[in-house]
Design a binder for this molecule. Structure first.
Ligand code: GRG
Length: 301
């Protein structure tokens, strides 16, 4: 059967609801003392994210034939890390954004100091949740340790933090294709890669299936970023009626601004095709991941 956007969006919504139920269980209650930080953490996490990263962890566990419920703590931890990165990214010292997912950013509601601490608390909570899963029945602590190490590396100075540094450094400057690709493979790609590898590594799977998931992750990450850039351009043009680049915020180089819209769309399509092809080692159990890659070319948010 061919790919159907509406059917797939339904599947995605079900998986999102499933993940969110567990995420709440892993968070300290909103009224825990001191309340302000816990309210801010809940505000940052439960505000309409797509939950792609935890879904990727669960799917990768499933495609290697494992019980995905055992990957739930790691899956939820990945979303805490993602939420932390968004809270810090929005800060005045970084992107200085007033809105995130259509609502006031964490620092606008809770103040800058609390927003910094919210990010810190979410990042540390993620590693607490991940390491606690080593104690669950049937889990192999050395595999959990491997996932913790890979995740820490993916989001540290060689990965997401490094990508953010490059992003800030290159603001308003000319950037070539290679540098832009490196920046995004660190800033957003490294966490996607860690998520897709985690579902396999958690169960000691390190064979060609791990390689296939890694290749999928790299192509998925690239297609995700290009389509994110395209959505930004098309969304902005729809809202303002003006070509992008005409506001006063410092301009960032994007795939469409560097390659032109047609070439950017071609690159997104070929990355999606490669992501799908990389899953050839799997059977129908990888259909959701195949469709998720195809969905990038249709997404509206
Ligand atoms: C502050 C260390 C540090 C890193 C921040 C990920 C990141 C690095 C910044 C996010 C800035 C941004 C909007 C990048 C574009 C790609 C991206 C990560 C979009 C947001 O991810 P989605 O679409 O978000 O999965 P939702 O809202 O669905 O969770």
């Amino acid at each position: 059967m061919g790919f159907n956007v509406v059917t797939f969006e339904g599947e995605l919504a079900d998986k999102k609801a499933y993940v969110e139920k567990f995420m709440r269980e892993f968070m300290p209650p909103e009224n825990a003392y001191p309340q302000v930080i816990h309210r801010a953490m809940h505000y940052a996490v439960f505000n309409g994210g797509k939950r792609l990263r935890p879904i990727l962890v669960l799917e990768s566990a499933q495609v290697v034939g494992k019980d995905l419920t055992r990957a739930l703590p790691v899956a939820c931890a990945m979303e805490m890390i993602h939420s932390y990165s968004l809270v810090h990214d929005d800060l005045p010292a970084m992107d200085d954004d007033d809105l995130r997912r259509g609502k006031p950013t964490c620092h606008k509601v809770f103040g800058e100091a609390n927003a910094i601490l919210t990010g810190d608390a979410l990042l540390t909570l993620a590693f607490e949740i991940m390491t606690a899963c080593a104690e669950l029945p049937g889990m192999e602590p050395r595999y959990v340790a491997k996932v913790v190490r890979e995740t820490a590396r993916a989001v540290g100075s060689l990965g997401m933090v490094g990508g953010q540094v490059l992003d800030l450094e290159l603001e308003g400057k000319d950037t070539d294709f290679f540098t832009l690709k490196t920046l995004h493979s660190k800033k957003t790609g490294a966490l996607f890669r860690a998520c897709l590898r985690a579902g396999a590594l958690l169960f000691g799977v390190e064979d060609e299936r791990l390689q296939a998931l890694t290749r999928y992750a790299e192509n998925f990450g690239l297609a995700f970023q290009i389509t994110d850039d395209i959505l930004d351009v098309e969304g902005d043009e729809k809202i303002t009626g003006k070509p992008v680049g005409s506001d006063e915020k410092k301009q960032k180089v994007t795939y469409p601004s560097l390659l032109g819209m047609d070439e950017a769309k071609k690159l997104a399509k070929s990355s999606v095709e490669e992501a799908v092809e990389s899953l050839n080692v799997f059977g129908a159990e990888a259909d959701f991941l195949r469709n998720l890659a195809l969905y990038l070319l249709h997404r509206r948010s």
